[in-house]
Design a binder for this molecule. Structure first.
Ligand code: ADP
Length: 839
């Protein structure tokens, strides 16, 4: 009974298997073909074909096409999707080179589909880029932009900097054509930054030229020239060859032509001609010949003009550069007309208008091609969905049948297996289980080890990163200290020397030295702040402060600068504004310093107005919303450039920057601080009329009494006796001289240890404490005083840190050690007076 049923099951299984094999006969046949083919060829052969095909692309597109078709055949036979996609892409590229845009698009579409299937992002990016270029060529810049942005997205995901830069430039071109010049410019600047960082010469030069072009179209010849010249200097410095030099020299020539300097224009055109001839760049030879012709016509060298224009016309016709041919014909007609040879002029005019019409036809035909292209895509997409559905249906039918067979086979096999092996399996069960357990344990152990190793690696990497970060910060602190100390001495001595009895010329010279040193100091501070921001270390330090006093001290600091330039510097603070507010006064001071400094810098004469208004008192929260405005009547900023000025290291007007100085960080830092304070900064400006920088922030109102950090209050007029702990001899003299001028007496201690000794023997009103000193530094000395380790007479004596370190870390360290105030060098005499008066 049992054996009969087993035989029945086996018979059914065999029948069904034969049936299934018949159903798959077709694919078996094709498999045979595949096996046969793969015996003769390998993937290496296809790669070879593809590489060759790619190499021929620029010179012999037909050869590219043949080789890519061969590669496609083999890749299809070997069922290699990746290589199929690459072949299809090259077939598309070759067709594009041959001007067969519709066919090209068809192939791009097919390759894109497969790149998508195999998740090849590089391939997808390349496809999108080329498809965008086809659209650009046909004049549909919206679609072009779509594709270039897709390419950009993929390249960004791949971290492919070259691709990112070139996509930014391509999309910039499309934005430019769509009249979005600001975005175009932003893209070019980004591309410039990325390509410079990666030493990617091609994109760097492209970006510079593109930026120059935007300015040129905007009729800003000077700015355009500066970017073209930068591009030229880069190509020369790096001995860069390619199509750029010819184009670039032509662009520079065009700018000079617009500026009316035709001799200089011709000089550049001739050099462009020479370079284009050297590298055999026919396109630029034709363009340059035409330009030289035009320049000659304008300086009335008519026979030379005719010669160059004719050469350009003939070459342009040969290489099918119809636009240039048309321009040359028009110029020839005009030149003959100037020579009063109306017959020749008419003849060229006829040729010109004939060509113009045919170019218009071409434009129309481009539009038709575009329509055809879009129609094809739609059809393809519909077809693809239908085919996909069809295939899915067929596959699911075959799969169902196969599943039934597999199921029955498995069922039968397991039945037989079960009857025959039941006994033995029972015997081996325990043994297997043990083995399995052992295997499992081994795997767990292996995995644990691997995880431990990974964790260790991660920990080491983290430690290394911490060390690198620390090293950078220490380096910055040291540089800050090392540079600030000598500048401090320079400024201090200048101050002293200016006040002595010297003649005007020497005084003037010393003032210049002092100004330059202060300028240098401001720059170092900007760079330090910027690197603090970069490392994410910059934090607000919230405290109570006298708002009006802060604003007035800033205005006072600029008062002299303004009056020396014939600028009326005014300020208006809302009367209703509470006196004491809570916020970060240093951050606020920095922002206003930058904005007022810029306003004065970029105004030759006129007014700079600083205004603070209450926008609203925020009920319950105790906050007040403030509107700040710094308005000047200076050179102004063009609309195009206003978007760029808050970017790092951006100085939108090269000429102005050369004239006025600066490193392009002030606004970046200001924007950062305003945003850190929860506000927003903006600019409104008209070129030649002036600029207004505005920002709004909310600050807390402090209704309690103002706390001073120093507890001891004495008579303000009292002359103080101060201990100056400072190791640098120059600084000692400068500080002593300042204190003397303020009517105080002082004593010097050259390190912390000596300071402690002196403090245990003599009474002082306060200590001015340097931080970095030999033997015992300022922090240690302060801690020793506060803990009364050396029996100092007054462990609560006010201690004022006086240091060249400008980093926030140091400030925190000082307060932590028990200091009462913190002043940075070079000494700001007003601040010093203020702090001493508060004692
Ligand atoms: P910089 O150190 O060069 O002044 P900023 O970041 O402060 O750097 O300013 C960036 C650029 O913005 C300046 O180089 C200048 O071109 C422009 N700018 C800033 N403020 C003004 C202003 N008040 N008037 C005209 N141009 C300004």
């Amino acid at each position: 009974m049992k054996s009969t049923s087993i035989i029945t099951v086996i018979t059914i299984v065999t029948f069904l298997q034969v049936f299934a094999l018949k159903a798959e006969q077709k694919s078996l046949d094709s498999l045979e073909v595949k096996v046969m083919t793969s015996a003769g060829y390998s993937f290496g052969t296809i790669d070879l074909l593809l590489n060759l095909s790619e190499a021929y692309l620029n010179q012999q597109p037909q050869r590219t096409l043949d080789l890519a078709n061969n590669a496609l055949e083999l890749a299809t036979a070997l069922n290699d999707l990746s290589r199929q996609a690459r072949s299809l892409f090259l077939i598309a590229e070759a067709n594009r080179m041959k001007g067969e845009n519709v066919i090209a698009f068809d192939y791009y579409f097919q390759s894109k589909k497969i790149f998508d299937q195999v998740s090849d992002k590089e391939g997808l990016a390349k496809c999108a880029n080329s498809m965008g270029s086809v659209y650009s060529l046909l004049g549909d810049y919206t679609s072009a932009l779509d594709f270039h942005l897709t390419a950009l997205h993929f390249y960004e995901e791949l971290d492919n900097n070259l691709g990112v830069a070139s996509s930014l430039i391509n999309s910039g071109v499309a934005y430019g054509k769509l009249e979005q010049k600001e975005i175009a410019l932003e893209n070019y600047f980004k591309a410039l930054e990325i390509s410079t960082r990666n030493d990617d010469l091609t994109n760097m030069v492209s970006a510079l030229i593109s930026i120059g072009n935007v300015y040129w179209y905007d009729k800003d010849n000077t700015e355009a020239l500066s970017y073209f010249e930068k591009a030229l200097a880069t190509t020369r410095e790096k001995n860069f060859k390619g199509e750029h030099p010819g184009a670039l020299l032509n662009n520079i020539g065009n700018v000079y032509r617009d500026l009316g300097d035709l001799n200089k224009a011709t000089e550049y055109y001739l050099e462009a001609l020479k370079i284009s001839q050297e590298i055999g760049d026919q396109n630029h030879i034709a363009i340059t010949l035409k330009n030289i012709g035009i320049a000659n016509k304008e300086i009335k060298k008519f026979s030379e003009a005719i010669q160059y224009l004719n050469e350009s016309r003939i070459l342009a016709e040969n290489i099918h550069l119809l636009k240039i041919q048309q321009d040359a014909l028009e110029q020839l007609s005009q030149t003959y007309s100037l020579l009063a040879d109306y017959k020749m002029s008419m003849e060229y005019y006829m040729q010109y208008s004939f060509l113009r019409d045919s170019l218009l036809d071409e434009e129309a035909s481009n539009k038709i091609t575009l329509l055809q292209l879009k129609h094809n895509i739609r059809e393809k997409e519909t077809q693809l969905t239908i085919t996909e559905k069809d295939t899915a249906l067929k596959t699911s039918k075959v799969r169902n049948l196969r599943n039934i067979i597999i199921f029955i086979s498995l069922f039968a096999a397991s039945l037989i297996w079960f009857l025959w092996k039941r006994y033995r399996s029972n015997m081996r069960k325990n043994e297997d289980l043990q083995q399995l357990n052992g295997e499992l344990e081994r795997r767990v152990e292996e995995r644990t080890k691997m995880l431990q190793a990974e964790n260790e690696q991660r920990r080491i990497a983290q430690e290394q990163a911490e060390i690198a970060k620390d090293t950078k910060n220490r380096f910055l602190a040291t540089i800050s200290h090392e540079v600030r100390t000598p500048i401090n001495a320079i400024i201090g001595f200048c101050d002293l020397a200016i006040k002595t009895d010297i003649d005007n010329e020497h005084q003037l010279n010393l003032k210049r030295v002092k100004d330059s040193s202060e300028h240098l100091l401001a720059m170092i501070k900007d760079i330090l702040d910027y690197s603090q921001i970069e490392s994410g270390k910059m934090q607000l330090k919230i405290t109570s402060f006298d708002f009006r006093k802060l604003i007035i001290s800033i205005i006072n600091a600029y008062y002299l600068d303004a009056s020396s330039k014939d600028i009326k510097l005014t300020h208006k603070i809302d009367d209703k504004l509470p006196r004491i507010l809570i916020g970060d006064p240093d951050a606020l001071r920095q922002v206003l310093y930058n904005l007022i400094g810029n306003a004065i810098k970029f105004t030759d004469k006129g007014t700079v107005e600083v205004k603070v208004d209450i926008a609203e008192m925020i009920p319950d929260s105790g906050q007040v919303q403030l509107n700040f405005s710094v308005k000047d009547s200076g050179i102004g900023i063009s609309k195009l450039k206003q978007k760029l000025i808050f970017m790092d290291f951006t100085q939108v007007d090269n000429n102005a920057s050369r004239k006025y100085g600066g490193i392009g960080l002030g606004l970046t830092i200001s924007k950062y601080f305003v945003e850190l304070m929860g506000g927003k900064i903006s600019v409104e400006s008209d070129q030649g009329i002036g600029s207004e920088f505005k920002f709004e922030i909310a600050l807390q109102v402090d209704n309690s009494k103002v706390e001073t950090k120093t507890e001891i209050k004495t008579d303000k007029k009292k002359k103080l006796h101060l201990l100056v702990a400072e190791d640098n001899l120059l600084n000692c003299h400068v500080i002593a001289a300042f204190l003397d001028r303020l009517g105080h007496t002082s004593k010097i201690a050259n390190n912390g240890k000596i300071a402690l000794e002196v403090l245990s023997k003599e009474d002082f009103d306060a200590v001015l404490m340097d931080i970095e000193m030999p033997e015992m530094d300022g922090i240690e000395a302060t801690e020793a005083i506060r803990n009364n380790q050396e029996n100092v007479r007054n462990p609560k004596i006010p201690i004022i840190a006086l240091t060249a370190h400008a980093l926030k870390d140091y400030e925190e360290k000082c307060y932590k050690a028990g200091m009462n105030s913190y002043l940075t060098k070079p000494i700001d005499i007003e601040k010093l007076t203020e702090v001493l008066q508060a004692l």
